[in-house]
Design a protein around this ligand. Structure first.
Ligand SMILES: [Zn+2]
Ligand SMILES: [Zn+2]
Length: 252
């Protein structure tokens, strides 16, 4: 199994997970042209995608989904709540629900509900039968059910959205600070590092920090927070950024 990132952040998200000939894209927050460009960079075309799984209806996750489905016939998976929350209808192949286990080609996918200010947001854990990769972004807090799903992973990509202090001191209006920093917003660096510490990280082959805010965070602050919390090597941590995403990472 391997994964790569088209881009990560509030301007657009897309994560690829592949095993054999199965290529699943999670979210498509870029225009179709930009998505195609970024897929090409990773050696794939839109026509090769087995499915696009949508986490929730926010624009940075759904912007390109409709055209990807209509132009390339890529099957779309999302919750009914997410579909209801869309501004523009998307042809949905399959509705997912928290607790479902999807089988798409060579991948088995656990659907996990998270706390985020969307209609019915879901995140996903992937398995090829041997290894497990967890993707966890866009959540303001976590419960025991979420932690159960993300135990015993071989690779994890987790949101480290903002620095608490930068958000507090920054220029966002009060309501937005409350939203981003609240239980239904986004994980800050400390919360994300604390969660990884709780889950255990010694067996992770890859730990990728994602969905970093361009206004309320800095990659070096996020990294340092994880280094301080986990005692891990700074060079071992990886950051998926907005423009370049992350090149393929193999999970052996
Ligand atoms: Zn987002
Ligand atoms: Zn969101």
């Amino acid at each position: 199994m391997r994964f790569a990132v088209l881009g990560s952040g509030s301007q657009g998200n897309g994560t690829l997970i592949s095993s054999e000939d199965t290529h699943v894209l999670v979210d498509c927050g870029f225009s179709l042209r930009e998505t195609e460009r970024r897929l090409t960079r990773l050696g794939l075309s839109a026509a090769q995608l087995s499915a696009v799984l949508v986490t929730h209806e926010h624009a940075d996750h759904v912007h390109g989904v409709e055209l990807l489905a209509r132009r390339h016939g890529v099957p779309v998976y999302m919750s009914q709540g997410t579909e209801r929350g869309l501004r523009k209808p998307v042809p949905v192949r399959t509705h997912v629900r928290c607790g479902d286990v999807l089988e798409i080609g060579a991948l088995r996918i656990e659907v996990v509900a998270v706390a985020h200010d969307a209609m019915e947001p879901t995140q996903y854990v992937f398995s090829d039968g041997k290894r497990r990769f967890g993707l966890l972004t866009d959540l303001g807090s976590h419960c025991a059910r979420v932690r159960d799903h993300y135990q015993g992973l071989d690779a994890l990509m987790i949101e480290s959205n903002h620095c608490r202090d930068m958000l507090a001191r920054g220029h966002y209006p009060y309501f937005l600070k409350q939203r981003v920093g609240g239980d239904w917003g986004h994980l800050n660096n400390h919360q994300a590092a604390g969660l990884v510490e709780q889950l255990g990280w010694q067996n992770l082959q890859h730990l990728v920090l994602a969905h970093l805010s361009s206004k309320n965070n800095l990659p070096q602050l996020a990294r340092q927070c994880f280094v301080d919390t986990l005692g891990c090597d700074a060079d071992w941590l990886q950051v998926a950024d907005q423009d370049s995403g992350l090149d393929w990472r193999h999970i052996a």
